[in-house]
Design a protein around this ligand. Structure first.
Ligand SMILES: [Zn+2]
Length: 329
């Protein structure tokens, strides 16, 4: 185990220019289009009763939370027990699924996922793959839940892995299919398989689900012994979240009302491990906190300095997303 830890830690960090990955105009457009779309679920700023349901903390299941902030009518609470931040009440699953299958999510994929494809393919997804591969002696089989346009799977396949993907979005299905990768149009909840996997990835997926713990449990049940679950989720403890709470600031990315139902804490990761029988092998944060806060108001010439400050933030686990590597025990 010691040697595996050393390997993954040695993989170099990368600095990402948010505005090359997701141009500010595209972020704004997607944010506004979602805001309009989500208006249908409210009357005079109040939730329509048949569209929403109340929830306990999605991780520790306790009902002991403090209201933190209301973003465009969506209420977010911090769990006093596990420090998660979650949306309550949240949209019912059928409304969420509809959004990903054919509705507003297509816009997200077209505006924000496809344009940054080059950076993804050559930098961000490549590093993800290197991290995953560092935990294994040889290629195995891998399932990517919510695989999007299939860039990560494509890299894994080129490196000898047997790969599968699932996603709800029609655009995602078409793009991934065009790469010759096996993909199924389904939610993970409905997904059935006789296979067992060496690695199951949830890149930016768990925060979108009503029952993340149940999904992780299911993943664990189709995971080989000593298999690895990887997930990347927004952090409730990040510099960005603290800034958002303390200031009158609603960023175009990160909060994603109605879609980001949950922001994870270190304690919630510990609870996940204890409940499901997983062991934390590596945790890092990957944020775009500073660029998100400063938006496009700064001089482009200082982007280098901002990226190095972000690196400090990430080294201290303060970045806006946690990347988590867990091993089945
Ligand atoms: Zn909790």
């Amino acid at each position: 185990m010691g040697c595996i830890m050393a390997d993954i830690e040695e993989i170099e960090r990368i600095g990402v220019d948010l505005f090359k990955l997701k141009p500010i105009e595209a972020q704004k457009k997607v944010y506004e289009s979602y805001r309009n779309y989500l208006n249908q679920f409210f009357i005079d700023g109040k939730e329509k009763e048949n569209c929403f349901e109340e929830t306990a903390c999605p991780i520790c299941n306790k009902v002991n939370a403090k209201i933190l902030k209301i973003f465009d009518n969506f209420k977010y609470y911090r769990c006093r027990y596990c420090d998660c931040i979650y949306n309550n009440p949240h949209l019912k699953s059928n409304f969420l699924e509809r959004m990903y299958e054919n509705g507003e999510y297509e816009e997200y994929v077209k505006q924000l996922t496809l344009p940054g494809k080059n950076i993804r393919e050559n930098i961000t997804e490549l590093r993800k793959f290197e991290q995953v591969y560092s935990l294994f002696d040889k290629p195995g089989n891998l399932l990517d839940v919510g695989c999007g346009t299939g860039t990560f799977l494509h890299i894994a396949e080129k490196n000898g892995w047997d790969v599968r993907g699932i996603d709800l979005s029609q655009t995602a299905i078409e793009k991934t299919n065009s790469l010759g990768i096996k993909i199924e149009q389904t939610s993970f909840e409905r997904y059935t398989t006789k296979d067992k996997y060496d690695c199951i990835c949830f890149w930016g997926v768990l925060e979108h689900l009503n029952n993340p713990l149940g999904q992780l449990e299911k993943a664990c049940s189709i995971l080989n012994n000593h298999g690895v679950i990887v997930f990347e989720v927004p952090s409730s403890e990040s510099m960005l979240m603290q800034y958002v709470i303390q200031n009158d600031f609603t960023p175009y990315r990160f909060i994603e009302n109605a879609r980001h139902l949950l922001f994870f804490s270190k304690k919630s990761i510990e609870i996940i491990c204890n409940n499901i029988g997983l062991e934390l092998i590596y945790l890092e944060s990957n944020g775009l906190d500073l660029q998100t806060v400063l938006l496009n108001e700064f001089d482009e010439n200082i982007i280098g300095r901002i990226i190095s400050l972000q690196r400090l933030c990430d080294i201290n686990l303060q970045g806006d997303h946690y990347r988590v590597f867990l091993k089945k025990i």
